[in-house]
Write a protein that binds this ligand. Structure first.
Ligand SMILES: C[S@@+](CC[C@H](N)C(=O)[O-])C[C@H]1O[C@@H](n2cnc3c(N)ncnc32)[C@H](O)[C@@H]1O
Length: 445
């Protein structure tokens, strides 16, 4: 039983009773937790000196200055059992299963460059998996302090990066999405037992051998540690046409710009309803990220971050590639927001959520309930939603398949109002009506 004084000291404002992150389970040096939307790392007492030496090193300061590690400081928060608590800059927390080929390749190259950088200072990485990489402003960062250690002989870095990070890239480049994505869903090498090692799987082995054969190269896995080799030989999977892959190509090629005229109006409404405060914006089904790029170009200072999500691999690959070329900070993720594989909305919550030219596809083609569509969109939103209703349904500009009787403006409005406080309805074009809504307070948690 605790004495009242002890209880009081624990509950003093800077005392925190943390709920440790579900993936912070192995690090010998500390444990990560989220508290009031911020990220902290409690360091085990036996590693305090090592971590303080690391934080004070020239190498670490350079790492942060390069933007390769999140800004980190010593926090005044207290956690029972720990003397040293660090606070890290909070980033959008995505997982490698939500990245397109170019994001994966960029992360692998980044890890190899980081290892070389650390080696110059007599440090090294312990791990080589991609759970330790996140993106900020479209650039990769390393987020695991515990993995940065003084150079010793032993480290699993080269083994892990090969099998868990490079193999999926090689498989993807060979169009083997299923195998690639199944490796990417592993948590390190930890699976149920008996487990088959990736390198022992005949299916994977054959594809790796075929990769060397196709490129007329001798079989040599050491090549995969060479960034120039990866740059040259690991190219995106051969382009299979996808339904939406080229949907916004016109925008970037300055063609048929009338198609994108409504972006100016959406920009104005976002400014109006956010009351000119800085906001984060998520475009659900944002295709190649054209609208977010437009918003960014219009007013860079206005947004804390801009995030594009789509389930079409070619569209997201184009979004990533084009936006990087343009120096944009808009980031791009690949997932089906209606059927998330994890509680994605917790990490992908933004102030403003856009869902444009999509509800008709979800309801009429993909057969989702309209309430389920609004429920999902709402989960990603802190404050505002901008959702288009397409009164002509799957109209292609010339013809439209017949609509079910219930698919009407009133039907959409009634359901919208069940989920959001209606702020504005605006007919934007013949087949587009924009609904602006506010997320009710009790539903933002
Ligand atoms: C007509 S386009 C609209 C693109 C963009 N919102 C706009 O207004 O220009 C529909 C987009 O929705 C995406 N999409 C459809 N269903 C999706 C889902 N369940 N999750 C993520 N994206 C989806 C498609 O890949 C496509 O890029």
């Amino acid at each position: 039983m605790l004495f009242p004084k002890k209880i009081k000291s624990i509950f003093k404002s800077k005392y925190v009773i943390p709920s440790f992150h579900q993936l912070s389970v192995c690090d010998q040096k500390g444990r990560v937790f989220l508290y009031k939307g911020k990220v902290y790392r409690a360091i085990f007492p036996s590693f305090e000196k090592e971590i303080l030496d690391l934080l004070n090193s020239k190498m670490f300061q350079e790492l942060v200055a390069l933007g390769w590690f999140p800004k980190t400081r010593i926090s005044s928060k207290k956690v029972e059992g720990f003397n040293l608590v660090l606070s890290h800059e909070k980033l959008l927390s995505s997982e490698q299963t939500e990245w397109c080929f170019s994001s994966l390749k960029e992360s692998v190259l980044f890890l190899l460059k980081l290892e070389q950088f650390l080696n110059r200072y007599d440090y090294q990485l312990w791990d080589g998996h991609l759970y330790n990489v996140l993106f900020k402003n479209n650039k990769p960062l390393f987020i695991d302090l515990g993995s940065i250690q003084k150079k010793t002989k032993s480290s699993v870095f080269y083994n892990e990066i090969l099998y868990l990070s490079i193999y999926p890239l090689v498989l993807l480049s060979q169009n083997e999405r299923f195998l690639a994505r199944s490796i990417l869903t592993y948590h390190n090498f930890m699976r149920t037992i008996p487990a088959q090692q990736i390198e022992q799987s005949e299916a994977v082995q054959k594809i790796i051998e075929a990769f060397f054969k196709k490129n007329k190269l001798p079989y040599d896995l050491n090549c995969f540690y060479d960034t120039l080799f990866l740059e040259k030989y690991l190219t995106p999977p051969e382009k299979e046409e996808t339904l939406w892959g080229e949907y916004q190509t016109d925008f970037y090629e300055n063609q048929n710009l009338g198609r994108f005229k409504r972006y100016a109006l959406i920009d104005r409404y976002i400014q109006k309803y956010t009351k000119k405060r800085r906001a984060s914006v998520l475009d659900l089904a944002g295709n190649q990220g054209a609208l977010l790029f437009y918003l960014e170009e219009k007013n860079k200072e206005k947004y804390t971050f801009l995030t594009n999500v789509d389930y079409d691999e070619n569209a997201i690959e184009a979004s990533k590639r084009i936006l990087i070329e343009k120096g944009s900070k808009v980031s791009s993720y690949l997932f089906n927001f209606m059927l998330p594989k994890r509680a994605l909305y917790k990490d992908f919550k933004h102030d403003v959520v856009l869902a444009l030219a999509i509800t008709h596809h979800l309801v009429l083609s993909q057969k989702f309930h309209i309430d389920a569509v609004f429920e999902q969109i709402k989960r990603y939103a802190n404050k505002l939603v901008f959702i288009e209703f397409m009164p002509l349904g799957l109209w292609d500009g010339k013809t439209a398949p017949a609509l079910p009787d219930w698919y009407t403006y009133d039907w959409f409005k009634i359901h919208f109002k069940k989920h959001f406080k209606l702020l504005k309805i605006k007919e934007v074009e013949k087949n587009r009506i924009l609904f602006v809504g506010k997320v009710k307070k009790e539903e933002t948690k």
